[in-house]
Design a protein around this ligand. Structure first.
Ligand code: NOJ
Length: 581
């Protein structure tokens, strides 16, 4: 068995590119900090709060879209890929943000939305005006309808937000015309990625932001750009984000990989251009949002000449169950290792119910609830949810690879689960005919103070979504320096993760009969983090069951909740330094 050890200074994270082990914090610009008091967050607000991230100990921030947009999908409907929406500030504000972040040692990743534009984008407006058969229409997916008067959509695809994925336009002469594809909102027409002009345009957009000093991109709907030839009907019995995505003609088509090969070449051309900041460790990074299953299909996106990372949604989707977690972690690590990529880990983002809420519901196997949770639904057990969320994060931040945090999870924020329907803004609500509430619950503005208008989110006025009353006690102002608070737990985890280089270690499951002195019981997930020389740096144990289990031996480094000398309580994770042999 490997022996316990102190971290080996010779074998530090700095030997591996930053993106192989970075912890990246997602900032959702509408909801992080509002400097101008209009109730919506903005870039100057973000800049004013960046010290929170440096103090937390993350390596980078990822900004969701702040580009010019009518905001029909909270900015994922982009009308100008090269400018800042006045709602969020100006390009100068963006430059100031990047400069401040870099000054604090934080890298900056921005979102790129290549699958679609806003219908207000000049290209789409030109396509409408130019008419069928034009070069302008060829940048999007326009098709004639079916049926004698062409009044049926070209195929049976449905939008992710509900309803048909096709909308018919009225031509310039007033007659009903062609249909255009939108896998999301009706105001988000899909580009036609078989058109070289589209490819060139997105290359140019990447260069625009790289020239302004960004450190990488999160790629929206990375698996959706290419559609199957002939746009065949989909088997609608298959879940659009579920298993074997390739069986659906709008996702994960083989030709999409060519796009990312060209993007990799492009960003590699920028390596070293920020060497004054990052020295040798100066790669630009690409992370794909690709809801692709199974794991080996997803791994194709992170082959050495493609993306650096993809989000690992299979981990996020895994229920709170020891065998399921072990299986998901094991398969994730194996599939990434097969192509030599780092794995990534994520538990919350702006599209899913926060993990502090979903893990507090009676059916903890129901993981992502894209329906949203409303006042008439079962409300989560807040205490249970937070306890499990802390345990889940403590597990996640020990795993090898790179991890993503979503704003406010370091405060233990739950979703807003009692939003009245008249404040809902997610297009899902309208497009689903008021059947699915959508994702507003996880997008509520962050509290910074425990009192005052919008709990310190902005200087005055109401925030764009009302904050739950529970947010007052969760503000950083209440948690900073408070032993046992969620904020202090995250700070400790991130400090130890860095000190022990956990992001670069290998994971070895602790099995029955191993010489770790761990008593095996159902519901206990145990693994060791092993240095390249074979030494064990730490062991990690999560009690995923609802009863206490015997405490494994070792010196306590950190725990997600209180632990006793002899047992590990339910829903608790510990990191232990093995006792010397
Ligand atoms: C994924 C984004 O995360 C989500 O918020 C957005 O609605 C869709 N892509 C469409 O851009």
């Amino acid at each position: 068995m490997p022996t316990p050890s102190e971290p080996d200074p010779e074998e530090s994270m700095s030997n591996q590119p930053w993106w192989r082990h970075a912890v990246i914090y997602q900032v959702y610009p509408r909801s992080w900090a509002d400097a101008d008091g209009d109730g919506i967050g903005d870039l100057p607000g973000i800049t004013s709060r960046l010290e929170h991230l440096a103090d937390l100990g993350v390596d980078a921030l990822w900004l969701s879209p702040f580009y010019v947009s009518p905001q029909n999908d909270a900015g994922y409907d982009v009308a100008d890929f090269r400018d800042v929406d006045p709602l969020f500030g100006t390009l100068d504000d963006f430059d100031a943000l990047v400069e401040r972040a870099h000054g604090l040692g934080l890298r900056v990743i921005v979102d790129v939305v290549p699958n679609h534009s806003s219908s207000e984008h000049p290209w789409f407006q030109a396509a409408l005006a130019a008419g069928p058969g034009s070069a302008e229409r060829a940048r999007y997916v326009f098709r004639p309808g079916q049926g004698p008067d062409r009044s049926e959509p070209p195929n049976n695809w449905i939008s992710n937000f509900g309803g048909s994925a096709w909308t018919r336009v009225t031509e310039a002469d007033g007659t009903p015309g062609e249909w255009y594809l939108h896998l999301f909102d009706v105001t988000q027409p899909d580009f036609d990625w078989t058109n070289p002009e589209v490819r060139e345009e997105l290359h140019s957009v990447l260069r625009f932001w790289l020239d302004r000093g960004v450190d990488g991109f999160r790629i929206d709907v990375a698996h959706g750009l290419i559609k199957a030839d002939g746009l065949p009907d989909a088997d609608l019995l298959l879940d659009t984000v579920g298993s074997h995505t390739r069986l659906l003609p709008m996702w994960d088509q083989p030709e999409v990989h060519d796009v990312y090969r060209s993007w990799r070449t492009l960003v590699e051309g920028y390596a070293g251009s920020l060497a004054d900041l990052w020295g040798q460790d100066d790669d630009r990074m690409l992370c794909g949002e690709a809801w692709v299953e199974p794991a080996h299909a997803l791994a194709q996106y992170v082959r050495p000449d493609e993306l650096h990372q993809t989000f690992n949604f299979s981990f996020l989707l895994t229920p709170w169950d020891a065998p399921a977690l072990r299986d998901a972690i094991g398969r994730s690590l194996e599939s990434a290792a097969d192509v030599g990529a780092p794995q990534t880990w994520v538990l919350s983002n702006h599209d899913v119910v926060r993990h502090a809420t979903r893990l507090g519901r009676s059916d903890a196997t129901r993981v992502v609830d894209t329906e949203g949770i409303g006042p008439d639904d079962e409300q989560p057990d807040a205490e249970l949810g937070l306890r499990r969320a802390r345990a889940a994060t403590t597990l996640m931040l020990a795993l090898p690879g790179s991890a993503y945090l979503y704003q406010g999870e370091e405060l233990g924020l739950p979703d807003a689960t009692e939003l009245p329907t008249d404040v809902l803004q997610d297009p899902t609500w309208e497009l689903s005919g008021h059947e699915r509430r959508g994702r507003d619950g996880c997008r509520v503005p962050v509290p910074w103070e425990s009192t005052g208008p919008s709990l310190g989110f902005g200087p005055e006025g109401e925030p764009w979504l009302p904050q739950p009353s529970a947010y007052a006690d969760l503000a950083p102002a209440r948690q900073r320096g408070v032993e046992g608070s969620t904020l202090e737990l995250y700070r400790t985890l991130l400090r130890l993760r860095r000190e022990l280089d956990l992001g670069t270690r290998s994971l070895a499951w602790i099995e029955d009969g191993d010489d770790h002195g761990v008593e095996h019981v159902d519901g206990l997930l145990s693994f060791a983090l092993v240095a390249s020389g074979g030494d064990v740096v730490a062991t990690v144990h999560t009690n995923v069951s609802s009863v206490p289990v015997p405490r494994p031996p070792g010196e306590l480094l950190v725990s997600s909740g209180e632990v006793a000398d002899d047992h590990l309580p339910a829903d608790t994770t510990v990191w232990l330094r093995p006792h010397p042999a």
